[in-house]
Write a protein that binds this ligand. Sequence first.
Ligand SMILES: [Zn+2]
Length: 460
Amino acid sequence: MPPRLLSRRVPGGSLKVVAAKAPRNLRRHNVRLLFIDEADGMEATAEGSPIVLAERRTLSFPDRKIVFGSTPVHEDASHVLRAYAQSDQRIFEVPCPECGTFSEITWDAITWDEGAPESARWRCPHCAAEIEERHKPGMVEDGRWRALRPEVQGHAGFRMNALVSLHANASWAKLAAEFIGAKDDPTTLQTFVNTILGQGWRAEGEELDETAMQARAEPFSLDKVPAEVLALTVGCDVQHDRLELTYIGWTETGCMLILGHRVIWGAWDADETWRELDTLLAERFSHDLGGRIGINATAVDAGDGTSMNRVTDFCRARTRRKIVAIKGAPGNRPVIERAGSKTKTGARLWIVGVDTIKTQIFAKFPRASSVRFSDSLPAIWYEQATAERAVIRYSRGQPVRQFVRVPGRRAEALDCTVYAVAARQLVNIVPEVRRADLAQAEPVTAPKRPVLQSEWMARR
Ligand SMILES: [Zn+2]
């Protein structure tokens, strides 16, 4: 999206709305009142943090005021949590209807009967009385702000979560039900923690344990695709002497089954290499529901300048099969989106948010309910899939989550996995329809590879 600027005259001054992505826009104005929203969604630009740049625009006003807000995202790289930590740290407290003591309503004090989120209530941390939802409006009405660090002057900080919201969709019962639905998947759990509890997310396992992952391997593979797999995507990494492919099966609930990994040996600029890729991507696999499953989408890495045109040429002819050329991009961005402009040869790339996907993968890999591994994967696959670590780096004073290579490791399997996850976004499935399709027994079709031998035998 192009940088946007909105300007309005208002009584006593003017209001300007500026996108944080364009440092030039930020530089152009001096302001007395600065409001920054969704600060944790902002990325450092080449000129540094947009937040610091924006704050600088207020320096000439002795009576400046800066209002800064956000849903926190990552605990260790959150702008808003850092700003709050430096503030007088106000919390919103409500009185207990039983004992009258003021407390902040926190998630650990919300309780419900096993399997019955509709019974959710708040347990007062002082008298342990269980308080029902119907008391909430009165408690919030009588609520008050209290600073945990009143000695801090000139910097007010406020934190609040959805548990004091009077919105019908934010009743404790609704939130308990939402939590139950979100808790088993780290991605949805993070969304709950960020947006409902207003807390930063701390990823577990910043370094992946390849041995533990390999120990979970199960007896399934591309030769035996389990019944719960409803979609199949492939990520293809392009190297100068070979192509590498990781195959991922997807269940209805988003669980990933790493079904297999293949390598096509051959020069990137040899026609034969790409013919072989075309053959592999047309393959159909036996599915446990009785039929066969084909590849629903493939993301091929076009990020290398040398091979980019070769990749885009290959993919352009196969967009109908959802074979797309992609280029990875770091930072806080969508899983996959179409590039705004075309390449020199007029091809259109898809941009893959590699850090976004790696963050998801790091949260999912340690969980058997999120990712399952085929026992057909070689040990080297696990070694490569765990070849990076998440670290916090400071860029111009701002913390940024980054992924760095463990020295001496190759990372093709990780890259292939990232691309296959991106490709999943290109596939829409209706589970019931897919199940019916996958149960259809297909007649054995003619072999797809040209069988030279039979042709020779047919000669007279
Ligand atoms: Zn109480």
